[in-house]
Ligand binder design. Structure first.
Ligand SMILES: Cc1cc2nc3c(=O)[nH]c(=O)nc-3n(C[C@H](O)[C@H](O)[C@H](O)COP(=O)(O)OP(=O)(O)OC[C@H]3O[C@@H](n4cnc5c(N)ncnc54)[C@H](O)[C@@H]3O)c2cc1C
Length: 382
């Protein structure tokens, strides 16, 4: 067993770290304050290959592998969580199209994502009555000749305001058994009948747009179907397996950033005539947090490694996402505590990190849903 990163992995980690530290981190507070993504930085990231890290080169991807992708997501998560979630979802969308799209769809859309022609890709699964249970969705797609007619709406769609292409799920056969009712499609942003609805006011990751999307008699080419009709849920779950490696990595990055900041702070801050780092209570908090984040790192990289080796990774990805997002939340909580009153103010970055990390136990499957996935893999369907 080899725990060391190879030269290529170290090089990619360094490239992403340099960019994240110089271009993303200095702007993270501004994005949060203005509730606005920096589209210029998304374009630069695409040019550096960050938007298609696991995509084959012929489609414009960097094709560097899942472990380097995870390492990159950790670095971007450290610097700016809002940008990191944009990168994570965009990579996931490019991968879904590559895995399930026809040659024509892959050739048309994937290079536009990887090159940054599209600032982002979006993933349209959740509805107001179908969150943890996407099988309950109500958006419909009715076949009409060479088209499908879409009606319905989705909520909480990351990057909807600037995404160029949307993967969208809709019911194609209401009468079919539950697992066969839904299909996946690609929808271009300027398609008539498709519109972007209201933006959510969020606790954190405010630089990333999260909107409703609406379909009103929206006609899309039948050729935009991904995979076979009725296979939509399977496609969604496979995409989310991979997406969870991205979100686990992103969460880990936020947790590491918070506790690194707090570790420096406790060495400077003096109370009772000495640095608070000299108190054992503080040292234990630091030791426990780094231990948990190291365990999270091993889980996340193991899941990435399995996916890279084309081995089954569903359980590993859910374990990684569950543990990393929960550990990162504890880390940010601890970091605020270690800074005392300062930690609660926007003067210090842990206040934003604490808000940014919260959603990582919710999106791409809540912690409870990760536990369901893990238990189902272990116990089988009961
Ligand atoms: C900022 C943000 C960005 C997002 N981006 C996207 C996106 O780009 N695309 C997209 O499609 N979706 C996106 N989502 C939606 C996200 O994936 C859902 O919010 C999430 O899956 C949970 O669904 P829900 O909010 O409907 O909660 P619910 O499903 O209503 O869950 C409420 C609570 O019940 C628990 N629960 C539900 N079922 C069970 C069960 N069987 N056992 C135990 N507990 C259960 C949940 O864990 C949770 O604690 C985003 C959400 C947010 C907040």
């Amino acid at each position: 067993m080899d725990f060391f990163l190879n030269d290529d992995e170290l090089m990619i980690q360094e490239v992403v770290r340099d960019f994240a530290q110089s271009e993303l981190k200095p702007n993270a507070a501004r994005l949060d304050r203005d509730h606005r993504m920096d589209l210029g930085n998304l374009k630069k990231m695409a040019e550096l290959g960050f938007m298609g890290m696991n995509i084959p080169e012929p489609y414009g991807g960097a094709e560097v592998g899942v472990v380097p992708y995870s390492l990159g997501m950790i670095e971007v998560g450290r610097a700016c969580a809002a940008t990191a979630v944009t990168m994570s979802v965009t990579n996931m969308v490019a991968e879904v199209i590559c895995a399930f799209g026809s040659d024509a769809l892959k050739e048309k859309y994937v290079p536009r994502i990887c090159s940054g022609e599209y600032p982002a890709g979006a993933f349209g699964l959740t509805e107001s009555m179908a969150g943890s249970d996407p099988g309950a969705m109500r958006t419909t797609a009715v076949r009409e000749g060479d088209c499908y007619r879409l009606n319905g709406s989705k909520i909480f769609i990351t990057s909807a305001e600037y995404a160029g292409i949307f993967v969208v799920w809709a019911v194609t056969d209401k009468e079919a058994p539950r697992g066969r009712r839904i299909s996946a499609f690609l929808v271009e942003r300027d398609t008539p009948g498709f519109s972007i609805g209201r933006a959510e006011e969020k606790l954190g990751q405010r630089g990333s747009a999260t909107n409703e999307i609406i379909f009103e008699d929206c006609l899309i080419p039948a050729a935009n179907l991904l995979g076979a009709e009725g296979n939509g849920l399977k496609i969604a779950f496979m995409a989310l397996d991979g997406g969870r490696i991205g979100i686990g990595s992103l969460a880990l990055g936020i947790g590491l950033e918070a506790i690194d900041y707090a570790s420096d702070y406790v060495k400077q801050r003096e109370q009772f005539g000495r640095p608070i780092a000299t108190f054992q209570g503080i040292q234990w908090a630091i030791a426990d947090t780094y231990t948990e984040l190291e365990a999270a790192r091993l889980l996340v990289l193991q899941a990435a490694f399995l996916k890279q080796k084309k081995k089954p990774f569903t359980t590993a990805a859910s374990m990684a996402k569950l543990y990393a997002s929960e550990a990162a939340n504890r880390s940010c909580y601890q970091a605020v505590q270690l800074l005392g009153g300062n930690g609660y103010t926007a003067e210090f970055p842990v206040e934003r990190l604490y808000r940014d990390v919260r959603v990582t136990t919710i999106y791409e499957g809540t912690s409870e849903i990760q536990r369901l996935v893990i238990a189902q893999q272990i116990l089988g369907r009961l």
